[in-house]
Design a protein around this ligand. Structure first.
Ligand SMILES: C[S@@+](CC[C@H](N)C(=O)[O-])C[C@H]1O[C@@H](n2cnc3c(N)ncnc32)[C@H](O)[C@@H]1O
Length: 359
């Protein structure tokens, strides 16, 4: 039976997230044809078996969450919403708790999110009164990840989904040390993938302002599965276990080097990943004997870290210092950038509109 899943994608990264899905699908499900997908701003919808849809949590690096569609129905008033939700088989998905309730509404009679959320809560309470959750489920509540249900109203149609991920997917479960302004792991994964797809010949990746090492760690792990954390679906009472997919043999790059002028941050990066070489080095001092690597970095800017040099000078210096074939630099849209890129990608980094340029 086919089920509907909705991958939440950072707005702007939909095309690159679709490429990831298309490339990884045959690696993990070689006998299953690639499904029809519907790409919209901030998401990709697809139909698949339950097992595949849930497994995408293990496989994909760019989505922020994966939602599982439970139902969709016409709904123009609160009593109907209440009755519909009271009849859903919640004990299959929830452990007896009231989950986070997220709602959005477009061109619909039901639009007041507080009232929608209250109706859902009341319906769930009424459901639990009629069908109390099993003791086995209740015992798991404390250790289970946060559970959330999503209601999206569009033209009086309600689409009801449950989050299968739990913590957002950029939480990989392993990285323990963070720098001052770390980039979310799923955004970094999207950028290293974009970088590689546009510069296929480059095998050595350098981040000269590496902070906690996010770009390099994501580049190294792009084809590995997310196995160091748990997911909400693993706690759904109806979930009977699933064979975890294996790491793919593929790699994006063969060599990685990270540098930062802050020794404390380098120590943190090295603690995050022992297999990558991280060194204390200022971009503007010394020379390098490397030839032809790719450079990727997000220089300090904006509120959290003060900009001391022009972004163009940083990009030019990185290109010259490492004799880099390509430099990928992430800059805020609000700061003018005068160098002409070969390629660019615009997206939102935690609410700040940014551009990733390949120079
Ligand atoms: C925005 S953070 C990078 C965050 C990193 N991508 C991450 O996800 O953790 C910028 C980093 O540049 C470093 N930095 C600033 N100026 C530098 C310079 N001249 N040479 C080397 N590193 C520098 C800072 O110490 C900081 O860690």
């Amino acid at each position: 039976m086919e089920h509907k899943f909705y991958l939440i994608i950072p707005p702007g990264m939909e095309p690159i997230a679709l490429k990831e899905l298309k490339e990884k699908w045959p690696l993990h499900f070689p006998s299953i044809p690639f499904p029809q997908v519907d790409v919209s701003l901030g998401g990709i919808e697809l139909e698949s078996t339950l097992e595949i849809g849930l497994s995408l949590n293990y496989i994909l690096k760019i989505p922020g969450r994966i939602l599982y569609r439970l139902d969709s129905f016409k709904c123009r008033d609160f009593p109907k919403l209440f009755n519909k939700l009271k009849k859903m088989p919640w004990n299959n998905y929830l452990l007896g708790q009231i989950p986070n309730i997220k709602s959005s509404s477009k061109k619909s009679r039901l639009f007041d999110s507080r009232k929608i959320e209250k109706t859902v809560e009341d319906a769930l309470k009424a459901y639990y009164r009629g069908q109390p959750p099993k003791k086995k489920s209740l015992e798991k509540i404390d250790r289970a990840p946060e559970m959330s249900i999503y209601l999206r109203f569009e033209a009086d149609f309600c689409s009801l989904a449950i989050d299968t991920s739990g913590q957002r997917l950029h939480k990989r479960g392993k990285k323990t040390h963070v720098g001052v302004a770390p980039l979310r792991e799923n955004l970094a994964a999207g950028l290293v993938y974009f970088f590689k797809l546009n510069t296929p010949g480059i095998n050595h990746l350098i981040d000269p302002m590496c902070g906690s090492g996010t770009f390099l760690i994501e580049a190294r792990d792009f084809y590995k599965i997310n196995k160091d954390r748990d997911f909400a679906f693993e706690y759904f009472p109806f979930f009977k276990g699933l064979e975890k997919p294996c790491d793919s043999e593929k790699i994006l790059f063969t060599n990685f080097s990270g540098m930062d002028h802050d020794p404390k941050i380098i120590e943190a990066a090295q603690n995050n990943c022992l297999e990558i070489s991280f060194t204390v080095e200022d971009l503007f001092s010394g020379e390098s004997d490397l030839v032809g690597p790719g450079v990727i970095f997000n220089p300090p800017y904006g509120k959290r870290i003060k900009l001391e040099k022009k972004l163009e000078d940083m990009a030019t210096r990185a290109k010259e210092k490492f004799s880099a074939k390509v430099v990928g630099i992430l800059v805020p849209e609000s700061i003018p950038f005068s160098l002409r890129p070969k390629k660019e990608l615009s997206f939102s980094n935690g609410g700040i509109n940014v551009k990733f340029y390949l120079l």
